[in-house]
Each structure stands twice: as C-alpha cells, then as structure tokens.
Design a protein. Sequence first.
Length: 268
Amino acid sequence: MLVDSHCHLDKLDLSAHGGDLEAALQAAYDRHIRHILCIGINLENIDQVVALAERHAPVFASVGVHPLYRESREPTQEDLLSIARHPKVVAIGETGLDYFYGEGDLQWQRDRFHIHIEAARQCRLPLIIHTRGAKEDTLRDLREIGQGEVNGVLHCFTEDLDMAKQALDLGFMISISGIVTFRNATELRDVVKALPLDRLLVETDAPWLAPVPHRGKQNEPQYVVEVAEKVAQIKGLSLDEVARVTTENFFTVFAKARLNADQVGVQG
Ligand SMILES: [Zn+2]
Ligand SMILES: [Zn+2]
C-alpha cells in the first residue's frame, strides 16, 4: 500500500481518463495507492477540494492558501479553523515561504504563513509547508510562532540537508516528490540517502513534476510509485519496505486521517 501525500486532484486534466476522476483514482488504486491527500491552495476553491474528499473515500483534504497564490482572499485564523473541523480535512496548508518565485516585498507571505502556524497550533493539526529559498525565515517562524506545538511536513523538498535535519529536530517529516528522479537532482538524492526512512513521505504534487519516465507529461497520483521506487533504489531497500514505512509515516503525521480511515474501514 502506498499513499500520495500531496497532490492537487482539482487541477488534473482528466481527458486521458475520459473526463472521469474516478478513473484516475482507479488507475492509482490498481498500482496499490490506497490514500491520497488533496491539498487546498486558496479559499476560493476549498469547497471543491473538500467535496472531492467527501465523494471519494480514499481522498483526504487540507485547507490553506499557497504562498505564491497572490489573488486569494487572505485567510483569517477562523476561516482555517472552521474548515479544518470537517472530518476529512486532516491538515493546515499548503503554506510557507517561497522567495525563489516570489517577487518584491514578501511581508504579506510571512503574515499569511503566521496565520497558518497559529491556526495549526490552535486545532492541533499538522502543517504542510512549501518552502523555497527561505530556509532561515521558514525555520525561525516555525520555531518562534509554533513554539514547539506544531509539526507536519516539508513537502516537495528541494532544500539542503542542514534544513532537512533542522526540520526533523522540530518534529517535521520530509516529503519527496518526482524531482528525486530528475537527472540533475544529485543533492536531493544525497538528502534522501542521509535521512531516516521513518521520517520520509512520498508525493506526486500532481499535476506538476511528473517523475521520470513520465517527465514532461501531466503528473498523476499513480506515479507516486515511481517516486517510491527511486527512494527504494537510493536507500537500497525494496519498494515494499518503502511503501510500508512511508504509509505508516503518513498516518503518524496525519493522525486524523488514520482515525477517518479506521472509521470507514478502508483496507490496505
Ligand atoms: Zn508546494
Ligand atoms: Zn502543492
């Protein structure tokens, strides 16, 4: 059993599946993917993301406003908390800081990030962090505003080993995307090699960042298998072992998802 710990099902172009999301989910199921976390990136379409999770048993949702999504209405803590009460909403995010693609004065990004950290502290749900070129500020904000009371995942990790280790010390897990299969991702592969498997997750970030050999095409949850295979190869483990441990890790950090999966009796 595998979990795609981060994707955007609402952004998939479903033409390859006859316009049917159920067919894309079945393709993932056929490759042993049993759970999928569909990530919220703005308040304008959060109802759609939550509805997807309601309609499809294997799908969970998160609520947040992406650090590069400038057009969104700014979320208040109460916005996030009220949506987070939904039984299938298992995390706050994605949120974070992106100084690589962000432009100009980015104080608004930090203000937005702080609201998410405060909300996660309040409702005790994990944070899904997007971080690019903002190592010091991301870690400091998690430390100072989180006050040791937040954890979660650094998703689609592409930063250095030192940042990964500091995040582990803060209680976070590191999620690996299809980037790990890219030819020039040597540093990321070294990070994967150095980190303990029991702190790693795998994700697609679909529809973006399809792993080799699908690179350049649309990404889909089913391709999390290729990500897990690469992690297994780097660590000299079997795919089964990586699948088992990363699934366990997923339910450790997203504990509300475990509760929910137990209730609906979704089996591996
Ligand atoms: Zn992201
Ligand atoms: Zn994302």
